[in-house]
Every structure is written in structure tokens, then in C-alpha cells.
Design a protein around this ligand. Structure first.
Ligand SMILES: Nc1ncnc2c1ncn2[C@@H]1O[C@H](COP(=O)(O)OP(=O)(O)OP(=O)(O)O)[C@@H](O)[C@H]1O
Ligand SMILES: [Mg+2]
Length: 494
């Protein structure tokens, strides 16, 4: 299953062949939308999409990007978190699959952006649980694309560039002999086609303000109409050089009704969005640097995701890769198709493919009151498990406090806090206790941390999710934090 920011898809492996499963309307993708109506009903997918224009306040977009946050939408007695929205969309995909297959569906492989954080991954697994699905595996979206592109070829290095509605994923992947080997992965979890739409909306809002003296920013209904028109215009500009924007009766101004009549050229659109395009460059440069590859090492370029159809994106990738002509398909539902191969590997149906995926961020702990000591370096193939011995920082330290962080900075405070664990210690001079810290990144890229006092055998363990991150963030803000003492590398001389 591919739970996308804007569109979702589900596929199945039948007799070694991938089939994309049509929804009740016969389409191969389903809008990732849920709506709350005034009558107290909850609508899903196409039904939600159809009424989005008249009910924009209660048809939240891009729930995927809000996974793992406290975001919610409330109407009357109904209150949905991002996890609930994801659960409802996944339940719909499950129903479509059951209708297609004529049997119950209980297990799934789910695709996630490679740059998804641990808490976002954990939230999606829980959402699947709400939809009655057991998650066999989370697979990174670009890795899934590589599986669908096909590893049965001569050894080659492929750059996968996936720009969807809300996220950008870039991976440098080695393919050959049935193996998909992720060499490096990077992305921007806050960049997608929706951002290009918003630029058009801002541009039109400004035009209306200047021409008619009407401020549309607080006008939900007008903004929703502008958004839909903006997305349609953006898509049209992938093929045409100019597109008309006609929105009669957009609002009422001091001089009567405001009718929007504009033409947008591709050139204007590209000027409005130049900085967004620039942001696509960073992850490409980063995967090359991380994998210690040069442009000459790239054999093929695969562009996927709806927003990668914008001509400017194709041009940028061509420029960045020394004129290589990107391959754009035909991989319908590339992500869902790739996920299904992973499902086949796990159930034993697919025997001639292997996926070796890599972690997008380094995992470390804070030592010596401020430094990050890395346990798992970024772009390590997972599943992986690393243990290291640490010791106390001060004499008779009552607890060992383990501050677990994710990121590349040396200064621990500038990395993302994942969890804080505390382990009680018997009194001992500093440097004497032997404290083993284990970071275990499982096959779903979910992280388990264990801290163990080798002297007493006492241990504490957590699985990183939103709750551990929130608890840790609260502790770091509290006055208690300053009084706690962490760990030091065991090799350090005192
Ligand atoms: N021909 C086109 N030209 C430009 N943009 C397009 C075109 N077709 C679709 N899009 C845009 O692509 C985006 C949706 O792409 P896609 O379905 O790949 O995303 P998604 O899987 O829902 O999101 P994500 O992978 O980020 O979670 C939308 O912003 C849509 O407007
Ligand atoms: Mg996608």
C-alpha cells in the first residue's frame, strides 16, 4: 500500500505479476482524503474529495505530513487525529483489495517517505492497526520505486527522484542481479507539488487584493477554489505554455462581485516557484556526496511522483546529472508495485529479489554534557544493531541519563531528541560503571534503544515513537533536566 500525501494506491501480487487494485470508481489511485460533514458523517476518498470545495474547513489535506504530531480536526463529537485519517484511508484501500480479491486481507507492506521520522513511522503502523491491518514491513518509497523499476539487469547505479504531493525523496541505488542496494538516501519531507500550488494561490490572492481591494486570505471557500484552480493550472502547464484561470464570483468586494480572469504562463509559474525548484537540488547533491559517488557513476535517472512531471523538474535533473535523459515510466503506481514485491519476498513468493535499505539519519547519544556520540551512522544498511559501552560522568551519579538523538550535528542540542532514558545506579566513582547502550534499527527502520548496567544487570528499554519524543522534549524543557547527569565514553581517561 502507498498512503500518499494526496493519492493512495494498493497493489497485489498474483501469480508473480503485479496488479494495481482499482477502487470502487475504477481508478487506480484513491484520494487520501477524509471529511467531516455538518450532519456528523465521516466521508472517505472520492466522496470526501467531491465535497471539499463546499466544506474546506473539515476536509483536511495532507494528513500524512501531520502523522506523529498532535494535529487533529474536530467537528461536533467527532475528533480525528492524523493517525485516524490515515487509518480511514487505509481501511478503504483494504476494502477495495478485499472486494477485488474476494477474500479477507489482514497483512500489508506499507510505503513511507525515506525521510520519515521514527515517530511518523510508528504512527503509520498504528494507523494500519486501526484499519485492521498487520504491517509486515514498512518500505521506503524510493526503494519501492527501485524494486518496481526492476533489479534484474546488469549492475548499474540509479538515481531515483520522487516528488509527490507533499514530500521529496531522493535515493542513489545500486541495482543488479536481483539486488536493490540503497547507497544513500536524502530528501525534503516538507516539499511537494502542494507547495507549487500554494505559490499560484498566493500570486492570485495578491492580484485580487491589488485589483479589487479584497483580502481573500481569511476566506476559506475562496481559498479552496483558488487551490483547486491552482493545481489544475500547474498540471496543465506541464503540457501547455499558458493556462487560463477563470473563477467567477470568487468573493464580494466593495464594487460588487469579484471575478478572477487571469492567464498564467509557464514562464511566470516557473519564476514564482524558482526557490522551490532550487530546494530539489540539495538532496541530489547530498546523496552523491554521502555515497562518495560522482556524476559519472550514475547510469540511469528515474523520475517519479506526480510533481516530477513539471518540465522544470525534468530540466533541473537533466542539468544536475550532466544531461542524462530521465526515465519517467511507464511505472503506474510505482510505489505500490514495489511494495508488493517486498510483500512477495516476505511471504516467500518472490525468491529472486533482495532489498538492502539504508537509514537516512545518524543515531547517537549525548555524552560529556553536550557532544553527540554516534551509534549508527546515516546510510547504514538496516536491520542493524550496534552496542557500545559508556560510563558515568560524575562520582556517585544516582542515575545514568541517556539522551538519544537523531541527526548529524556534533552539538547534541542541535539534533532531534528521540528519547531520554534513566537507569538507577548504585554509588560508584565516576568512570567505574559499565553501561551498555544498544541501538537496534529493525527492518521497518523503527528504533529500539536499550541501556543496561553490566554491573547490576538492570536495564531500561524503549521503542522510539511520538510519546517518547514528547516526554523527552518536556523533560528537556523542565528545570529537572539541568540536575541530571549523562554518560561519558568508557574509553575516556579520568
Ligand atoms: N502532470 C502533472 N504536472 C505537474 N504536477 C502534477 C501532474 N500530475 C500530478 N501532479 C501533482 O503531483 C502531486 C501528486 O503526486 P503523487 O500522487 O505522486 O503524490 P503522493 O504520492 O500523494 O504524495 P507523496 O508521495 O508526497 O506522499 C500533486 O501535487 C499533483 O498536483
Ligand atoms: Mg507518493
Amino acid at each position: 500500500m502507498d498512503f500518499g500525501t494526496t493519492n493512495s494506491a494498493v497493489a497485489v501480487l498474483e501469480g508473480g505479476e503485479v496488479s494495481l487494485i482499482p477502487n470502487a470508481q475504477g481508478a487506480h489511485t484513491t484520494p487520501s482524503l477524509v471529511a467531516l460533514t455538518a450532519e456528523g458523517d465521516v466521508l472517505v476518498d472520492t466522496a470526501a474529495e467531491r465535497q471539499a470545495l463546499t466544506n474546506p474547513g473539515y476536509t483536511p489535506r495532507a494528513a500524512k505530513l501531520k502523522l506523529g504530531t498532535g494535529w487533529r480536526v474536530t467537528r461536533g463529537d467527532i475528533r480525528l487525529t492524523a493517525e485516524d485519517v490515515a487509518g480511514l484511508v487505509l481501511a478503504r484501500l483494504r476494502q477495495d483489495a478485499e472486494a477485488y480479491l474476494g477474500c479477507p486481507v489482514t497483512d500489508a507492506v506499507l510505503a513511507v517517505p525515506a525521510g520519515f521520522r521514527r515517530d511518523q513511522r510508528a504512527a503509520l503502523v498504528r494507523a494500519a492497526g486501526q484499519a485492521g491491518l498487520n504491517v509486515l514491513r514498512l518500505i521506503n518509497e524510493p526503494s519501492a520505486v527501485a524494486m518496481a523499476y526492476g533489479p534484474h539487469r546488469d549492475d548499474c547505479t540509479v538515481l531515483i527522484f520522487d516528488l509527490g504531493g507533499g514530500t521529496l525523496d531522493v535515493s542513489l541505488i545500486g541495482l543488479g542481479d536481483g539486488v536493490v542496494y540503497v547507497k544513500a538516501t536524502a530528501g525534503d519531507s516538507r516539499l511537494g507539488g502542494d507547495d507549487w500550488d500554494l505559490r499560484i494561490v498566493e500570486h492570485l490572492t495578491e492580484r485580487v487584493r491589488r485589483r479589487h481591494g479584497v483580502d481573500l486570505t481569511g476566506d476559506f471557500a475562496a481559498t479552496q477554489r483558488l487551490r483547486e484552480a491552482a493545481e489544475a493550472a500547474k498540471i496543465e502547464l506541464s503540457a501547455a505554455h499558458t493556462t487560463p484561470l477563470r473563477l467567477p464570483y470568487l468573493a464580494i468586494g466593495p464594487d460588487g462581485p469579484v471575478h478572477l480572469e487571469e492567464d498564467l504562463t509557464r514562464e511566470e509559474f516557473e519564476t514564482l516557484t524558482r526557490d522551490l525548484l532550487e530546494r530539489c537540488r540539495t538532496p541530489v547533491e547530498r546523496v552523491l556526496a554521502d555515497a562518495e559517488h560522482t556524476l559519472a557513476d550514475i547510469d540511469r535517472v528515474v523520475l517519479t511522483g506526480g510533481a516530477a512531471r513539471m518540465p522544470a523538474v525534468g530540466d533541473l535533473i537533466r542539468r544536475l546529472t550532466d544531461g542524462r535523459e530521465p526515465y519517467r515510466g511507464p511505472i503506474p503506481g510505482a510505489v505500490a508495485s514495489g511494495a508488493v514485491f517486498q510483500a512477495g519476498i516476505l511471504t516467500g513468493e518472490v525468491k529472486d529479489m533482495t532489498l538492502l535499505d539504508a537509514t537516512p539519519y545518524s543515531i547517537g547519544i549525548e555524552t560529556n554534557e553536550g557532544t553527540t556520540t554516534k551509534l549508527i551512522e546515516r546510510n547504514t544498511t538496516f536491520p542493524t544493531k550496534r552496542s557500545e559501552i559508556f560510563t558515568t560522568h560524575t562520582d556517585h551519579q544516582p542515575t545514568a541519563v541517556l539522551h538519544v538523538v537523531e541527526g548529524e550535528r556534533e552539538d547534541a542540542a542541535r539534533n532531534r531528541t528521540l528519547a531520554v532514558l534513566e537507569l538507577a545506579l548504585p554509588p560508584a566513582p565516576r568512570g567505574v560503571p559499565q553501561i551498555e547502550v544498544t541501538a537496534d534499527c529493525d527492518a521497518n527502520s523503527i528504533l529500539h534503544i536499550t541501556v543496561r548496567d553490566l554491573g547490576t544487570g538492570n536495564e531500561t528499554a524503549v521503542t522510539i515513537d511520538q510519546a517518547t519524543m514528547e516526554r523527552a522534549a518536556a523533560l528537556l524543557r523542565s528545570s529537572r533536566w539541568a540536575g541530571l547527569r549523562g554518560l561519558a565514553p568508557a574509553t575516556q581517561a579520568f
